[in-house]
Design a protein around this ligand. Structure first.
Ligand code: COA
Length: 167
């Protein structure tokens, strides 16, 4: 949710980015700290770092050489559905197709284990924020459709729940 923080320095390399079912809490921390407009509250960052190590979440990470440059954490609340609990691409790698590849891989993994619906929470459109407007554009481009907006669900402002049918 919208906050301020410090950006970490990473220079993009020409290494091809690969996606792996692998955990890297330290790498996730570096990715989140590069995105202070989205991840700026220290307690929230610490919780996501713990979540990245928590086996309750499936972890997909994007790698440029030995550096983690993106993460997707997926929670299976029910066999029929999957929730995208965390999605983030290092600031230096945004808009290079990494987020799209993480979501496609997550959707493919969910389909292969029988899920029918993929969901995600983000900041709702009734809160004016250019960063989260981009986030919603990304989800729309990935086939997520808005389902409901609620005040005070994940933070004090509006949370938008989006869903993507998997078949
Ligand atoms: C949202 C995020 C995960 C998307 O990952 P990404 O690697 O930057 O996005 P991709 O390059 O895979 O984009 C795929 C498509 O999504 C759409 N898209 C992505 N970023 C966009 C933006 N800023 N504005 C408009 N459309 C966008 C485009 O259609 C894009 O395809 P194109 O580049 O061929 O036009 C990433 O930018 C990010 O980490 N943002 C900050 C944190 C965040 O919003 N996390 C989700 C919180 S709920």
């Amino acid at each position: 949710m919208p906050h301020r923080g410090d950006a970490a320095e990473v220079t993009p390399t020409t290494s091809p980015v690969t996606i792996a079912a692998r955990r890297d809490p330290a790498g996730v921390e570096r990715v989140l700290r590069s995105l202070p407009q989205w991840f700026g509250i220290e307690e929230a960052i610490q919780q996501y770092i713990r979540d990245a190590a928590d086996l309750a979440y499936e972890s997909l990470t994007a790698w440029s050489g030995d550096r983690c440059v993106g993460v997707a954490l997926i929670r299976r609340h029910y066999p029929e559905t999957g929730e995208l609990h965390l999605l983030a691409v290092h600031a230096a790698y945004r808009r290079t197709g990494v987020g799209q590849r993480l979501v496609r891989r997550a959707a493919s993994d969910l389909i292969s284990t029988g899920a029918q619906l993929f969901s995600v929470h983000t900041v709702g459109p009734s809160y004016q924020d250019t960063g989260y407007a981009q986030t919603r554009d990304f989800y729309a481009s990935m086939g997520f459709v808005p389902l409901e907006e609620h005040q005070g669900l994940d933070w004090t402002g509006p949370t938008l729940i989006l869903v993507k049918p998997l078949r």
